[in-house]
Design a binder for this molecule. Structure first.
Ligand code: NAD
Ligand code: HSO
Ligand code: ZN
Length: 461
């Protein structure tokens, strides 16, 4: 038996902590990751090659395998090629919807703040104002990013698509992909790199790949930002380099929380739990329901479905972990509160009124509604991104998106009246802060001779 039903209300503090503080695995890999990253930073390719030998068991020839990507695309089965193309197209479409437009709008003015470009102006300019403030926001892509696609115990061409396609949609000029080496590199992963249009592909995995992207080596050019999911060492390495280089967020071992009532199908819930459990012994899979019989049925269905799975050992390890379980809540309200505190990477809602339950949820990386929406749909091909925050990160941020690859700049232009309208609050606040030169920079605009540098007898205010 791998699972047993536990009551939410009766969880002892240590069991609650195991469910809600799921970063123990990643935290436990920090020392290893720090050592690996530091050696790569100081020794470059030599250290990278040594770790490929030690941790992946591969004597790597060329670390740069970019040229193999197109060949792999031609070599793989047409069926698999079509599947990658479909997934990439759907991911591209969904992410194109996210591209923000640059905008400028007029704030203030006698008309009370009409928009110059047809957008609604956010200003509160009243009839008393006569000047013009043109304010706006523009978005530009990062120039150079690194995408990690896992590949330790399974291949992840889907993560190639999820990382590279949104970066390209955002307009990133140079996308470097890293993925673990193998005697025979996974051809589907390489083909996905070609479809997604990665600019460079390196066969480096784990913490050594993150170190190489962060600090550069003889072969790898350092990047401004590193994104992508991985196991505990990969994720711990991202936490290590954060500070020297930007990262997306910590996207560690997979998680699912199923929030279900008695109307759900226990077999389908079990299938979704097993799917995420097969990623990693450190994966966390939980179901919470207000129906005791349904909870017991989920346990039975899980047990009935494990044997014969190709990765049953990994599944059992994940199910046995303290961070996994089937829980019985006294009501759906208690179940929702549990889900909010859990802040799952994936939240599947299998219930009669799923939209009403969704209304009460704020903490979740990605939500899956209804019996025909397995998490696997978002993992591969529906179009949403599968790179999502784990270990409760969803309490603070969302998953990978086009925004991840952009930075914004605000822009402004004031006319003489616009500045005159604001001269009073600006100079008053500047003087209140003891920053007199700030006040003077405003008054100077209203002096007859802008070069005199001393007068305070301008006509502003
Ligand atoms: N949160 C998300 O968005 C998301 C998405 C996809 C996958 N994932 C997760 O990504 C992970 C993929 O795991 P994986 O192992 O296949 O891939 P991985 O590529 O992250 O890890 C493989 C690397 O781990 C390193 N490694 C292995 N054992 C080590 C050790 N003892 N010490 C130091 N380094 C070691 C090796 O360098 C190897 O190259 C899973 O946990 C999966 O759940 C998460
Ligand atoms: N479930 C993973 C995110 O936690 C993504 C994935 C890739 N392949 C299969 N699943
Ligand atoms: Zn998955």
């Amino acid at each position: 038996m791998t699972l047993e039903v536990r009551a939410v209300a009766e969880l002892p503090p240590d069991e609650r902590a195991a469910l809600f503080d799921r970063d123990a695995g990643v935290a436990g890999a920090r020392d290893d990751a720090r050592e690996i990253v530091e050696r790569v930073r100081t020794e470059g390719d030599v250290a990278v090659r040594e770790y490929c030998r030690e941790l992946d068991g591969v004597e790597v020839g060329n670390l740069d395998v970019t040229d193999d990507a197109e060949r792999a695309y031609d070599a793989i089965d047409a069926e698999v090629r079509d599947a990658i193309e479909t997934a990439a197209e759907n991911v591209r479409e969904f992410h194109e919807r996210q591209v923000p437009e640059d905008w400028r709008a007029s704030f203030g003015g006698a008309s009370g703040g009409g928009a110059a470009d047809g957008k609604t102006a956010g200003g509160d300019g009243g009839a008393a104002e006569s000047g013009h403030r043109e304010l706006g926001r523009r978005f530009r892509p990062l120039e150079r990013v690194g995408v990690y696609a896992p590949g330790g115990t399974a291949a992840y061409p889907s993560s190639v698509v999820m990382g590279v396609v949104p970066a390209k949609v955002a307009g990133v000029e140079h996308v470097a992909l890293v993925t673990p080496p193998a005697e025979e590199m996974n051809q589907v992963t390489l083909a996905a790199a070609h479809v997604a249009d990665a600019d460079r592909v390196y066969s480096i995995g784990g913490a050594q790949a993150i170190g190489a992207l962060a600090y550069g080596t003889e072969t790898v050019t350092p990047v401004r930002k590193i994104v992508g999911p991985g196991n505990r060492w990969t994720t711990a390495a991202k936490a290590e380099v954060r500070g020297d280089v930007d990262i997306d967020f910590l996207a560690g071992p997979s998680e699912i929380l199923v929030l279900a009532d008695g109307s759900a199908d226990p077999g389908l819930v079990a299938a979704d739990l097993l799917a995420q459990a097969e990623h990693d012994p450190n994966a966390s899979v939980v179901a919470v329901t207000d129906d005791a019989d349904f909870a017991a049925a989920v346990v039975d269905a899980v047990e009935a479905r494990i044997d014969g799975r190709e990765r049953s050992e990994t599944i059992r390890e994940a199910l046995d972990a303290d961070a996994s379980g089937v829980l019985h809540a006294r009501s759906m309200s208690e179940a929702v509160l549990f889900a909010e505190e859990y802040a799952a990477e994936h939240l599947s809602i299998q219930a009669d009124d799923d939209e009403a339950l969704l209304d009460r949820i704020t903490n979740a990386g990605s939500v899956f509604l209804g019996p025909y929406t397995p998490v696997a749909a978002g993992d591969y091909a529906s179009g949403t991104n599968h790179v999502l925050p784990t270990s409760g990160g969803a309490r603070r941020y969302g998953g990978l998106s086009v925004d991840t690859f952009l930075r914004s700049t605000t822009v402004q232009r004031l006319d003489r009246e616009g500045l005159a309208d604001l001269a009073e609050p600006i100079t008053t606040l500047a003087e209140a802060e003891g920053l007199e030169a700030h006040a003077e920079s405003v008054r100077a605009r209203f002096e007859a001779d802008h070069t005199s540098g001393s007068g305070t007898d301008g006509d502003a205010g």
